[in-house]
Design a protein around this ligand. Structure first.
Ligand code: SF4
Length: 698
């Protein structure tokens, strides 16, 4: 048996794998007791071994021939095509003409090595990753307020004792079902407050006295939060002592919410005044300053994926700070990171502006430290690149070649049709993946790589807890680790620094590179993880116990106090108009994961969620003459999608919902806008204007 963790989401449920056939063959999964999942797994975790043996698993490299088709190739042939292609593009157009696009599912070692490969072997500034689509607004807001971003700066089980939890834009009951166990206590106390335009599975947990569901108009989350803070101020429910001792900027923030009185907020959001006041009172009563059990404010993609996402999360943090929650045992603010290594993936250098340890690439001291670990001249490191959406915009023009690792942008990126067209204009597209994803199908070279149960490594879950991924089964013979691929390509490209291929060696180097940074892994050794120690970063040395609860002694800002910043709502970039009178929101369903490249290959999951759908209210359905199960066409300024109608009172009459796991006709991201938050680079997945019609009328 090998003790490891699920390949999918950031909860990283603990599981044990058995490979009865020895080094290859079928793998059996059993859930494992762990503080986060407490023995639970969702459908995706139970069926995760099926991706290992998917019928179309990539088992050898492919290279596109002169006939335009992909043909089997040897590793030597494929890597040679990549190296020659990269050299040709860089010789003709400069080093920055090659880009790298990473993923939030890569292990810490792969994420780290990808950043090093880009900066040292390719010497390009253009690297970013799909985590930019995930929690970048929360990361920017966390850095702004606390001086650092760690998804949950406290262990998940702490939620169990809370008197109230405000859950903003997160459907954990579908996306991370075992997490719901940690909400049982607060539900029993009637303190769960869920904000979502849909009565999602999570919003439904507030029924029967378990809490409140606030159902705002899409794009008005920030207005709602400003209204909440207005009520806390007006009713004198804030924690004055905490604000005076632990924050800067409260006076300005307090003044800024004066204009958001409940009646005005109700008009904008559709959330009744009484409900807003009840939510404020419920949260305040849980505040330690009022003798409560403690409270939490948690954000998810629903409030983060907006053009004012950073400011919206800032508004949520301001509410938490006004109640005196962050940096206190039993209370806090956190972001529920989505992807499996969404946390670690953003710490080790995949982001366009960062080096390992959450260091800024523009900081001379950071460049000197990391260059020292890499054995290169700091002046040879490129400067900052651009966030993911901007990088995708430049494909085919400034960026002529792209190496994609662990990402299926043809399905997962906003305005997906435009992304596909730009990928098709590249001189060279290289994709490392485990299956022929929609993006891999466009590639000039496809390299088959190992997946979770076939490899050793580390992941960092949504709590900042570092976990060991352990190999249980051998990969197919011609499949290699991405660490091997990067090491071989670096050597072919004449990299001035060697790239190691052994995960433990790479991890040790990562620890040295992170030492002294904000995400400091120096003391979290492979041996300590193997011994079963529960270790959360920062952990500066091997005698350190790690930091499960951050900020108890101060925030990581220059003053040690949290920075409160006044914000103003921006509103949707793509707002309603006569030819697009309905809002589209997108999200996930229980039985599929992200772009679906893995889960759409699992028959048991496809039986549950076989195809995309459009959830719409009976009033809207009646208005266009559509019955449940009939085909509907959704049209935005960017494209058109067709899917089956699910008529439901769970959604607002002015809003439709589509999951984004599918390509083709039912692709939600053919509709979404690639307008981004100017601070974080986060695209506005969560609201755009569309029209809805019966399919046959189109
Ligand atoms: Fe895997 Fe997430 Fe499901 Fe847990 S909740 S089994 S980590 S997909």
């Amino acid at each position: 048996m090998s003790d490891t963790h699920c390949p999918y989401c950031a909860l990283q449920c603990a599981m044990s794998l058995a490979a009865p056939g020895g080094t290859a063959g079928p793998v059996a999964v059993a859930p494992r007791e762990f503080p986060t999942n407490r023995g639970g797994l969702c459908q995706k975790g139970w069926t995760s071994p099926e991706v290992l043996t998917a019928p179309d698993r990539l088992t050898h490299p492919w290279v596109r021939g002169d006939d335009g088709l992909l043909h089997p190739a040897t590793w030597d042939e494929a890597l040679d095509v990549v190296a020659r292609g990269v050299r040709r593009v860089q010789d003709a157009h400069g080093r920055d003409a090659v880009g790298v696009f990473g993923g939030g599912g890569l292990t810490n070692e792969k994420a780290y090595q990808l950043g090093k490969f880009a900066r040292v072997a390719l010497r390009t500034k253009h690297i970013d990753y799909n985590g930019r689509f995930c929690m970048s607004s929360a990361a920017a807001a966390g850095n702004r307020a606390f001086g650092v971003d760690r998804g949950l700066p406290f262990p998940l089980p702490d939620l169990g004792g809370a008197g109230a939890v405000l859950l903003l834009g997160s459907n954990v009951a579908d996306t991370m079902p075992p997490l719901v166990q940690h909400l049982a206590g607060v539900r029993g106390r009637g303190g769960l407050v869920v904000v979502d335009p849909r009565r999602s599975a999570t919003a439904a947990l507030t029924a029967e006295g378990a809490g409140l569901h606030l159902q705002p108009l899409p794009g008005t989350d920030q207005v709602l939060l400003l209204g909440l803070l207005h009520v806390l101020v007006a009713d004198d429910l804030v924690d004055h002592a905490y604000l005076a001792a632990r924050t800067d900027g409260w006076e300005d923030v307090q003044r800024s919410v004066a204009e958001w009185w409940p009646g005005r907020v109700a008009d904008r959001t559709g959330v009744p005044e009484a409900t807003l006041r009840a939510a404020a009172r419920l949260l305040a009563d849980a505040s330690p300053s009022r003798g409560g059990r403690g409270g939490y404010v948690l954000t998810g993609r629903g409030v983060e994926q907006h053009t004012d996402g950073t400011d919206t999360v800032t508004a949520a943090i301001n509410v938490a700070l006004a109640l005196g929650l962050p940096g206190r045992t039993g209370s806090g603010y956190g972001c529920l990171t989505g992807q499996g290594n969404g946390q670690g993936g953003r710490e080790h250098g995949q982001k366009s502006d960062q080096l390992p340890g959450y260091r800024l690439i523009s900081d001379p001291a950071a460049r000197a430290h990391v260059a020292g670990v890499w054995g290169v001249d700091p002046d040879d490191l490129p400067g900052p690149g651009v966030p993911a959406v901007e990088l995708l915009h430049r494909l085919g023009d400034e960026v002529r070649a792209l190496l994609v690792h662990g990402s299926n942008v043809v399905v997962s990126a906003p305005d997906a049709t435009a992304v596909r067209e730009r990928l098709e204009r590249l001189d060279l597209l290289v994709v490392c993946d485990v299956v022929p994803s929609e993006t891999a199908q466009l590639a000039d070279v496809v390299l088959p790589v190992t997946q979770w149960a076939e490899e050793d490594g580390t992941m960092t879950n949504l709590e900042g807890r570092v976990l060991r991924r352990r190999r249980a089964v051998a990969p197919p013979p011609e499949v290699r680790s991405e660490l091997d691929v990067l090491a071989d390509l670096a050597a072919l490209l004449g990299s001035p620094a060697k790239l190691d291929r052994d995960p433990e060696t790479v991890y040790d180097e990562l620890r040295r590179a992170s030492a002294g940074g904000r995400a400091d892994y120096a003391g979290i050794s492979w041996a300590r993880l193997d011994a079963g120690e529960e270790l959360f970063w920062p952990c500066p040395d091997e005698a350190h116990a790690g930091t499960p609860r951050m900020f108890l002694d101060g925030f990581l800002t220059a003053t040690g106090r949290a920075t409160m910043t006044p914000v103003r709502p921006g509103g949707p970039d793509d707002d309603l108009r006569p030819d697009a009178p309905v809002y589209l929101v997108t999200g996930r369903v229980l039985a599929q994961y992200q772009s679906g490249a893995q889960t759409r290959r699992v028959p048991a999951l496809n039986r549950v969620a076989a195809e995309p759908f459009v959830e719409l209210h009976p009033h809207l359905a009646g208005g266009i003459g559509v019955d449940d199960g009939e085909l509907v066409t959704i049209t935005s300024a960017r494209g058109r999608a067709t899917a089956r109608a699910r008529v439901s009172t769970a959604i607002r009459p002015d809003t439709v919902f589509m999951p984004f796991h599918w390509p083709g006709e039912g692709s939600a991201n053919t509709l979404t806008t690639d307008a981004t938050d100017p601070v974080s680079g986060m695209p506005e997945f969560k609201v755009c204007a569309v029209s809805v019609a019966r399919a046959e009328e189109e």
